[in-house]
Ligand binder design. Structure first.
Ligand code: TA6
Length: 295
């Protein structure tokens, strides 16, 4: 039974013991357990706050929230009525069937189309399909965005991001390779300073201080290394990556963040978040990430 459908979630089980749990709410992956090449016992690779709401009352604090059609506070006129990070992570997605179910992997599709709730705040025509695959040492997530408008409705303009909460000791984890990459620092106190382009000078990025950096023209392939493991993230069509950890002062102000939760994760978030993808009628865009456990 590698795919188990429950009332609020789907559970994917790989023959080698790897597994993933996906809430229909937000299509949020809330668990990914996977053996490593050096340890056959599957271990949890994502962080979910013990204070996270898993009942659909608010976006999940942890796992892999899907951010669409806007990242952060909306800046596009089409998104003016939307909450931070858009609506995809707080809508109920539908089960769209099993894509693959064999020794190579277990894969399911979830879909989201304009519901009455969405239409109240977002008028553009779209179809989303989200394909999640568990393989022996990998988890992949693919977001397919289609402009289903008629010739008169024009381009669909959006941002998209996978808000990965990677489980790791925040005081020891590092992300490579970002040396020399341009970034914008959202922790700066003024909008003017936030808008200033900086260049990453560190060979390995740590999050020992409050970090909220948006990297531009990012390499698309990252390694997240800590004493508890090494994870590779390979992406397609995501020119940006966000690295975020609030640390204690900001983290303690987040209502659904467990005490000390900020010590247990780093967010490494592949996205298209500077500017907008622009899709003509009938076109489809796909953003992909493949997370591979190296250790
Ligand atoms: O991706 C980093 C970020 O944009 C941070 O600025 C912080 O707001 C984080 O997302 C969490 O946002 P949320 O809306 O989930 O509380």
């Amino acid at each position: 039974m590698p795919v188990v459908e429950k009332q609020d979630r789907i559970i994917l089980q790989h023959p080698n013991g790897a597994s993933a749990e996906i809430l229909y709410y937000g299509a949020t992956v809330i668990s990914w357990k996977v053996p490593s090449p050096t340890n056959a016992e599957p271990s949890e690779r994502l962080f979910v706050s013990s204070k996270a709401a898993l009942d659909g009352s608010k976006p999940v604090r942890g796992g892999i929230p899907v951010v669409f059609p806007c990242f952060g506070a909306p800046t596009h006129p089409d998104h003016a009525k939307l909450p931070q990070h858009g609506f995809a992570r707080s809508e109920i997605w539908k089960f769209g069937g099993i894509v693959m179910d064999n020794e190579a992997g277990v894969s399911v599709r979830l879909t989201l189309e304009p519901t009455a709730s969405i239409k109240e705040k977002y008028e553009r025509p779209f179809e989303l399909a989200y394909v999640v695959t568990v393989a022996e040492h990998q988890l992949s997530t693919n977001l397919h965005v289609k402009n289903t408008g008629l010739s008169t409705t024009g381009h669909l303009e959006f941002q998209a991001l996978f808000h990965n909460y990677i489980r790791a000791p925040a005081d020891e984890v590092v992300i490579t390779p970002l040396h020399g990459v341009t970034y914008y620092d959202k922790t700066e106190p003024t909008e003017e300073l936030k808008a200033q382009a900086k260049t990453e000078t560190r060979p390995a990025v740590d999050v020992q201080n409050f970090t909220d950096f948006v990297y531009e023209n990012a390499p698309g392939k990252y390694v997240v290394t800590s004493p508890t493991g090494k994870l590779e993230i390979k992406t397609k069509n995501f020119p940006n990556v966000v690295v975020w950890n609030p640390q204690a002062e900001a983290g303690s102000k987040i209502g659904d963040m467990e005490t000390g939760g900020w010590e247990k994760y780093v967010c490494v978030e592949p996205g298209y978040v500077r500017g907008f993808v622009s899709l003509d009628v009938g076109q489809t865009w796909t953003g992909q990430q493949v997370l591979t456990v190296l250790e």
